[in-house]
Ligand binder design. Structure first.
Ligand code: NAD
Length: 419
């Protein structure tokens, strides 16, 4: 990625909130309340490694705001996980739940480590220790974790098992979402953030008078979010012209068959091994000429150093915070429409909400119902953000923030939280 002195993820999150607070003319007291985390926990996570040694990892859980419902947010296992990252992501979760109007607040967790360097047994023991370290501040009606970078449904199954067996809660599937189907997961949860991103991309295309059928799309990241975004947008008739993962990518102006790419890809194999296009780097994929660019890998990939090179007409933020604050200003000046992360990848938390509701009701929904309700909520949220952007003459990001922050503030006020 390009070297840059752009804002960090936390600085970007705070700057975007600051602008929204100014537009909404919020009081100093309310501004202070929503600008800070409500609770932050840093804990030692000791793990007995396979070779018999004990290693100490650092774990975090940050609870930003719960005015609209229990705290909700993923757990990230990544070498860069630290308190500031977790703070930024927790804040984003508050706005994400609010902008799509589901009854959750915002939180995030993480452990600083490279999960690929640990065995399954070590990851299982680490997850149980981490669960133990944060168990006194979470709960089915209090704070509900989920997967994020470096964690998956298996991690959530271990977490649920650890929570139930060490706290006397017994079988408690509602303590985490993103679980395997066999352990109380929901149909459609894995596909949801990518599917939602693809759906809002199609809505944005239609708004610009472009038929999604035949529209060209470039996707950086081919994991849970990028992979499902690719499959869904291909189903909608769009042409994926470039796709990449951590090992680089492929580019083909005639279109890349996602089905053929997946059929040829063995477990752990990289996208670049597929012979369906020319090689392309992760930097160049951001500058591909296309209608829609979906950065769906990691944060801070579009910066002030490369934003001017973006040729897409629409950027859909599949990842969290892939565009820095400075780059966002460049894209705005260029007239590139950015569908912000808090709306674009909210499909994940929406189906997490469905999973939580199913766990509480002990009643499973069919996939058709999940997808139908997901599409309804995403379409409604997109329409509200689009309408506000038009009426207030602000960008889609500014509009999404104003809608979300306004709802959180309203909940704080109506609950009489500050008297
Ligand atoms: P993942 O681990 O399943 O996939 C990440 C993909 O990005 C992989 O293809 C990986 O090879 C690629 N990648 C990693 N580092 C890269 C780099 N430096 N350059 C280019 N590609 C790189 O992760 P995911 O769950 O798809 O999450 C991706 C992003 O979406 C993250 O920002 C995450 O916070 C966000 N997100 C995830 C969810 C979810 O439910 N999984 C929901 C909302 C947002």
């Amino acid at each position: 990625m390009a070297a840059t002195t752009d804002s960090t993820m936390l600085q970007t999150a705070r700057a975007m909130l600051k602008n929204s607070v100014t537009r909404l003319t919020l009081s100093r007291e309310l501004t202070e309340l929503i600008s800070h985390s409500w609770r932050e926990l840093t804990a030692a996570v000791p793990v007995r490694m396979d070779d018999g040694t004990l290693r100490l990892f650092e774990g975090y859980r940050v609870q930003h705001n719960a005015a609209r419902g229990p705290y909700k947010g993923g757990i990230r296992y990544h070498p860069n996980a630290d308190l500031d990252h977790t703070r930024a992501l927790a804040m984003l979760m508050t706005w994400k739940s609010a902008v799509v109007d589901i009854p959750f607040g915002g939180a995030k967790g993480g452990v600083a480590l490279d999960p690929s360097a640990l065995s399954l047994g070590e990851l299982n023991r680490l997850t149980r220790r981490y669960c133990d370290a944060i168990s006194h501040i979470i709960g089915v009606n209090r704070d509900i974790p989920a997967p994020d970078l470096g964690t998956n449904s298996q991690t959530m199954a271990w977490f649920m098992d650890a929570y139930g067996s060490t706290n006397g809660h017994g079988y408690t599937p509602g303590i985490v979402t993103g679980k395997p189907i066999e352990a109380g997961g929901s149909y459609g949860r894995e596909a949801a953030p990518g599917r939602g991103a693809a759906m809002v991309a199609c809505m944005a295309l239609r708004d610009m008078g472009i038929d999604p059928r035949g529209a060209t799309v470039a996707i950086q990241g081919f994991g849970q979010v990028g992979g499902w975004a690719a499959r869904t947008i291909e189903e909608q008739g769009a042409k994926v012209v470039a796709v990449s993962d951590i090992g680089g990518g492929i580019y083909n102006t005639k279109g890349i068959s996602i089905a053929a790419l997946e059929a040829s890809k063995g477990p752990g194999q990289l996208v670049s091994a597929f012979r369906g296009g020319d090689p392309i780097t992760n930097e160049d994929i951001l500058a591909v000429k296309c209608d829609v660019l979906i950065p769906a890998a990691i944060e801070n990939v579009i910066t002030s150093s490369n934003a001017a090179n973006v040729q897409a007409r629409i950027v859909v933020e599949g990842a969290n915070s892939p565009v820095t604050y400075e780059a966002d200003q460049v894209l705005k000046e260029k007239g590139v429409v950015v569908i912000p992360d808090i709306l674009a990848n909210a499909g994940g938390v929406i189906v997490s909400y469905f999973e939580w509701a199913q766990n509480i009701q002990v009643f499973r929904w069919e996939l058709e119902r999940v997808n139908h309700e997901l599409d309804t909520i995403m379409s409604r949220a997109y329409a509200v953000v689009r309408e506000t952007a038009k009426n207030e003459r602000v960008s889609m990001r500014e509009s999404a923030y104003d809608v979300a922050v306004g709802r959180v503030v309203k909940a704080i006020q109506v609950r009489g939280f500050v008297s």
